[in-house]
Design a protein around this ligand. Structure first.
Ligand code: UDP
Length: 237
């Protein structure tokens, strides 16, 4: 597999073409941003944590029957993935109120939601990834009705598998964001699943074990990313 030119550089990752047009190499960076790019910084070795953690989680989800873009972990910071066309939707799942939902709706952070909340955001940095519903997505041509129902069905299953997986590692899955792509016309899970994209709280102490440590200047940022990776890597006892 030959790594060719970079085709995309985002806030946390670079994407390279390979000599196979159906495969890309994703390279994870240590750069961290929050509040729509207003807060900028770096978290040492975050790229390594997010790359390895995503590979482990995508593999687990594949084994449970969820199609993902993951092909292989290549090295500390790089993975080989299927070349998908990303649907311009951020899919957010909430099990417990936190972050923007708490702020927007005045629900105290940590309130357990009596039912799962699934949100869509329109992936558009200039607009600040605004919250939209299914009808907006359809009217704007972001996805078809079939693709949206596929996305939702996968997302509910992914939430169940991730919740169980993290609980086994002593982590509560508060909320998370995922993205899907099209590969051979089929919807598959893409992007990453990491402490950058999930809220994870320690089951015993409720300590925040995710990017909120960076967003809110809570300290022990690097240590927490390493701790999450160590827990995710550890085999079930
Ligand atoms: N999230 C993300 N990327 C985004 C927005 C949100 O990965 O651009 C994740 C975030 O880490 C959290 C969940 O989605 O796990 C819900 O985020 P929220 O809408 O509460 O926004 P925030 O408070 O992070 O701005």
């Amino acid at each position: 597999m030959k790594k060719l030119d970079m085709i995309y550089e985002g806030k946390a990752k670079k994407v390279f073409r390979t000599d196979d047009p159906k495969q890309y190499i994703v390279s994870y960076k240590d750069d961290a941003t929050a509040f729509n790019g207003l807060k900028k910084g770096s978290i040492a070795d975050k790229g390594i944590v997010n790359n390895k953690m995503s590979a482990i989680l995508f593999k687990m989800l594949e084994e449970k029957g969820i199609p993902t873009h993951m092909i292989a972990l290549l090295n500390d910071r790089e993975s080989l993935v299927k070349a998908v066309q990303i649907l311009p939707l951020e899919v957010i799942v909430r099990n417990v109120a936190a972050g923007s939902m708490s702020k927007r709706l005045g629900i105290e952070e940590g309130t357990i939601l009596p039912q799962i909340v699934l949100e869509f955001s329109y992936k558009n940095d200039e607009l600040g990834d605004p919250l939209i519903n299914d009808d907006h997505a359809l009217a704007m041509g972001l996805a078809t009705r079939e693709q949206i129902s596929r996305v939702k069905a996968y997302t509910f299953k992914i939430n169940e598998f991730l919740k169980e997986f993290f609980l086994d590692k002593g982590l509560k899955l508060i909320d998370f964001k995922i993205e899907f792509g099209l590969y051979d016309g089929e919807v598959i899970l893409a992007d990453e699943i990491s402490p950058d994209t999930c809220r994870l709280w320690d089951v015993n102490t409720n300590e925040k074990m995710d990017k909120d440590r960076f967003r809110r200047d809570l300290g022990k940022v690097e240590e927490t990313y390493q701790e999450v990776l160590a827990r995710v890597t550890k085999c079930a006892e």
